[in-house]
Design a protein. Structure first.
Length: 133
C-alpha cells in the first residue's frame, strides 16, 4: 500500500499556526468592537466571510476569533471591578458616584471564551498532526 504524504498545508510550523491564531484573535477583537458600536448586524457576516475566504491552513486557526471576542466581556469586568453596587470615584478636579454591575459574570464569560478558543486550537492542532502522521 502506498504511503499517504501529508499535504503542504498540514506541514505548517507550530509558530506560524499560533501567529495566525493571534491574527484571528486580533480580527475577533475588531469584529466584537464593531458589533458593539457601528455594525452590529454586519459583524457576524464579516467574520463568516473572513473564515470562508481564508485558505484551509489559515482557517483552522479561526478559534482565535473567539479569543479576540473575549475582549468585550473582560473589559466590562475590568470597568466594573469595584462593583456590584454604588461606587464613589474622584479625580483631581471632580468626584461623584456611579452604579457598577457585578463583574463576576463578565469575567467568567471572558475567561470561558478564552479557554474554549485555546482548547479548540490545541485539540484541532493535535488532530491535524495525528492525521498527517
Amino acid at each position: 500500500m502506498a504511503e499517504s504524504t501529508p499535504r503542504s498545508s498540514d506541514n505548517v510550523p507550530w509558530a506560524t499556526e499560533w501567529a495566525w491564531f493571534a491574527a484571528w484573535a486580533g480580527f475577533g477583537c475588531l469584529v466584537s468592537l464593531a458589533a458593539t458600536s457601528l455594525f452590529i448586524a454586519l459583524a457576524p457576516f464579516f467574520a463568516a466571510a473572513a473564515i470562508a475566504v481564508a485558505p484551509p491552513a489559515i482557517r483552522r486557526n479561526a478559534f482565535g476569533l473567539l479569543v479576540g471576542a473575549a475582549y468585550i466581556p473582560l473589559w466590562v469586568a475590568w470597568v466594573n471591578r469595584q462593583g456590584p453596587g454604588i461606587v464613589r470615584w474622584h479625580t483631581a478636579m471632580s468626584s461623584g458616584w456611579q452604579t457598577a454591575s457585578n463583574p463576576k459574570p463578565w469575567l467568567v464569560a471572558g475567561v470561558t471564551m478564552i479557554a474554549v478558543g485555546v482548547a479548540g486550537q490545541l485539540l484541532l492542532h493535535r488532530l491535524v498532526r495525528r492525521r498527517s502522521a
